[in-house]
Ligand binder design. Structure first.
Ligand SMILES: N[C@@H](CCC[C@H](N)C(=O)O)C(=O)O
Length: 333
C-alpha cells in the first residue's frame, strides 16, 4: 500500500502531513510513532530533508469541524498542539472542502481557523486560534521553586542565576524568558532546552518547549525556540503565541491586548494578536504562511522500515516563493 504525504511548513517549521483517510484502516499509534521517528531524521537519514514532525489528519465527528489534527514530534512523542502545523492542516482541509473559515479538532479543543490574504505571491496564509491558556504548574507539568503553583517572570535558581522565566500551557507547555540579543544567540537556550527535555530532570519530567525572546521595538519581538521532541527549530507557532501573550502581560505600559504583534524567528515571520475573552481567559490569533513544499509518495512498508529507495516527489514551486518572501523581509529592513 502506498502512502501519500505533503511536505509542509509554517515559518520553516516543517512537517509531513499525512491524511489517514487515504487508508482503508488508519495506521496504528505504534506505526505512526515509528513512521515519524524514521522519516523526520535529518542529515540525509530520513525521508528527503527530514522534518520536525508528522501532522496526522483524520475525520472528526464534532459539529462544524472539518477534520482532526494530531501532532507527532520527530522523536515519536505526541504533542497536544502545533500552531505552525495547524495553519497547513487548515489549508489542506479548507481546499478539500472549499471552505475558508471553520474549526479543526485538536487534542484539547476545536480551534477556529481562517484563510487570510496571501503574505506574498504563492505564499498562502492562515490565521489560527491558539487556546486554551493555563499558568497552572500541574497543567504545565512543572515542579519548580518548591512546587510553586505558577511561575510568571520569576527566577528559577535551579535553571539560571540571572534569567526570569514564565511558564504557560497553550495548551502544550512553554517556558519563556525575555533576554538581550547576546543571550538570544548564545549557548544558554541549548543548555536549558536540552536539559529540560532529557526525560530525567525533576523540573519538567515530561519536557517543555523553551523560548528566548528579544523585544525589538513596540509590538515587535524575535523568538528562538528549543522544542520538546525536536530540538532547535526554525519556528514554533505555539511558542510565538505564548511569547506574545507574555509580551503583552509583562509590557502593559507600552502595549495592550488586540494589537498586532510582528514576530520574527529564524525561519521567517508571523503576526499574532493576543485577546482576553469575556470570562477573562486569554487566547491568541497566530497568522502566518501555510506552505506546501512537495508531494511525496512511497510504500507504507518502506516508510516503516526506513527504506526510501521507492519514494517519489513532486515539487509544488511554493518553496521558492517562500524563500523570496523571506529575502524581501531582510531587504526591507
Ligand atoms: N512546532 C509546534 C509545536 C510542536 C509541539 C511541541 N514540540 C511539543 O511537544 O509541545 C508549533 O508550531 O506550535
Amino acid at each position: 500500500m502506498a502512502v501519500k504525504m505533503i511536505k509542509v511548513h509554517g515559518s520553516g517549521n516543517d512537517f509531513y502531513l499525512l491524511d489517514q483517510t487515504q487508508f482503508p484502516e488508519p495506521l496504528s499509534d505504534a506505526d505512526l510513532k515509528q513512521l515519524a521517528i524514521n522519516i523526520c531524521k535529518r542529515d540525509g537519514a530520513g525521508l528527503y530533508d527530514g522534518a520536525d514532525g508528522v501532522l496526522v489528519v483524520d475525520k472528526s465527528e464534532h459539529p462544524q469541524v472539518l477534520g482532526r489534527m494530531r501532532v507527532i514530534n520527530a522523536d515519536g512523542t505526541e504533542a497536544s498542539m502545533c500552531g505552525n502545523g495547524l495553519r497547513t492542516v487548515a489549508r489542506y482541509l479548507g481546499t478539500q472542502n472549499s471552505q475558508d473559515a471553520f474549526k479543526v479538532q485538536t487534542m484539547y479543543a476545536d480551534l477556529k481557523v481562517q484563510a487570510v490574504d496571501d503574505f506574498a505571491k504563492h505564499v498562502p496564509a492562515f490565521s489560527v486560534e491558539i487556546s486554551p491558556v493555563s499558568f497552572d504548574a500541574q497543567t504545565i507539568g512543572m515542579h519548580a521553586n518548591n512546587e510553586a503553583a505558577t511561575i510568571i517572570n520569576e527566577k528559577i535558581p535551579a535553571l539560571s542565576a540571572d534569567l526570569k522565566f514564565s511558564a504557560v500551557a497553550v495548551p502544550n507547555p512553554h517556558l519563556i524568558a525575555f533576554v538581550d540579543h547576546e543571550t538570544l544567540v548564545g549557548p544558554e537556550l541549548g543548555r536549558i532546552g536540552k536539559w529540560m527535555n532529557d526525560g530525567k530532570n525533576a523540573i519538567f519530567p515530561d519536557g517543555v518547549n523553551v523560548s528566548f525572546v528579544e523585544v525589538l521595538e513596540k509590538n515587535s519581538i524575535f523568538v528562538r525556540t528549543f522544542e520538546r521532541g525536536v530540538g532547535f527549530t526554525n519556528a514554533c507557532g505555539t511558542a510565538m503565541s505564548a511569547s506574545s501573550l507574555m509580551y503583552v502581560l509583562l509590557h502593559q505600559e507600552s502595549t495592550d491586548f488586540n494589537q498586532e504583534i510582528h514576530v520574527t524567528n529564524p525561519g521567517g515571520m508571523v503576526k499574532t494578536v493576543v485577546h482576553q475573552g469575556a470570562d477573562e481567559e486569554y487566547w491568541m490569533e497566530l497568522i502566518g504562511n501555510a506552505t506546501f513544499v512537495r508531494i511525496v509518495t512511497l510504500p507504507v512498508e518502506s516508510a516503516l522500515t526506513a527504506d526510501y529507495s521507492a519514494a517519489t516527489a513532486t515539487e509544488t514551486g511554493e518553496q521558492t516563493a517562500y524563500e523570496n518572501f523571506v529575502k524581501s523581509l531582510t531587504t526591507a529592513k
